[in-house]
Design a protein. Structure first.
Length: 236
């Protein structure tokens, strides 16, 4: 009885909090001064129509680098904890296939159709991140969703974790090198003006932002793919 009363009080408290937020909500008809300055500065200084991507990869690019570093530590920790559960290297593909429960024909057919489309969509999101909604983080997550669908449809499929790890490390190293190039050739770390800004709104524009977006997408996609593979249940 006391437990139910506590739960009811907690639910009522949360309801009051959210109700007060909903009642007191007023739509902003104009940008705040900080937001207005970013909306003005990003297209002018960085040449990127997408203000969010410009902020993430330049003004707060060091913070973005920290976020992908945290994701790398998560992938490394998962590999350290679950690496012992991997199958021996001598296990053949046929043995692995017999151990795994086959997926349905609907799932396999759906994966054959959707995985190439997912890859194309991920490439579009990454390459157009400086022009429209998207960017490296979003595209990398979409890449990982394609890997997840492949793992579900084909349980015998074994991603090359060594290749993914090397690719992720190279992408991270190049990301840092581009940032250092900004210190040497432009105005600061991860300054996108190490490359020509180009024509505003064109595909090849916004300086180094498209390059940074590609490196970020590759890094995030590889890290999330490694995490998915490590968490996949293995039979002993």
């Amino acid at each position: 009885m006391i437990q139910r009363l506590c739960v009811a009080v907690a639910i009522a408290s949360f309801g009051l909090v959210f109700a007060s937020l909903a009642v007191g909500y007023t739509e902003q008809n104009s940008l705040r001064p900080l937001a207005e300055s970013y909306v003005r500065l990003v297209p002018h200084e960085l040449g990127a129509p997408n203000v969010i991507t410009g902020i993430l990869l330049t003004y707060r690019g060091f913070d973005t680098l920290g976020e992908v570093a945290v994701l790398f530590m998560v992938a490394a920790s998962v590999g350290l904890l679950l690496g012992a559960r991997r199958r021996p290297r001598g296990t053949s593909t046929r043995d692995r296939a017999s151990e795994s429960r086959a997926s349905s024909e609907i799932v396999r057919t759906g994966a054959d159709i959707l995985v190439p489309l997912i890859c194309i969509f991920a490439a579009y999101i990454i390459m157009n991140g400086h022009l429209s909604a998207g960017g490296g983080f979003q595209g990398g997550a979409v890449i990982a969703s394609g890997v997840l669908l492949t793992l579900l449809a084909f349980p015998q499929y074994q991603p090359n974790l060594e290749f993914l790890s090397i690719t992720e490390s190279l992408a991270g190293a190049l990301f840092v090198l581009v940032g250092i190039a900004g210190l040497v050739m432009a105005g600061g770390f991860l300054d996108n003006r190490i490359l020509p800004l180009g024509q505003f709104g064109a595909f090849f524009s916004a300086g180094a932002i498209p390059l940074l977006s590609v490196l970020l997408g590759v890094k995030v996609g590889c890290e999330l793919s490694v995490i998915l593979e490590r968490f996949r249940p293995k039979k002993s």
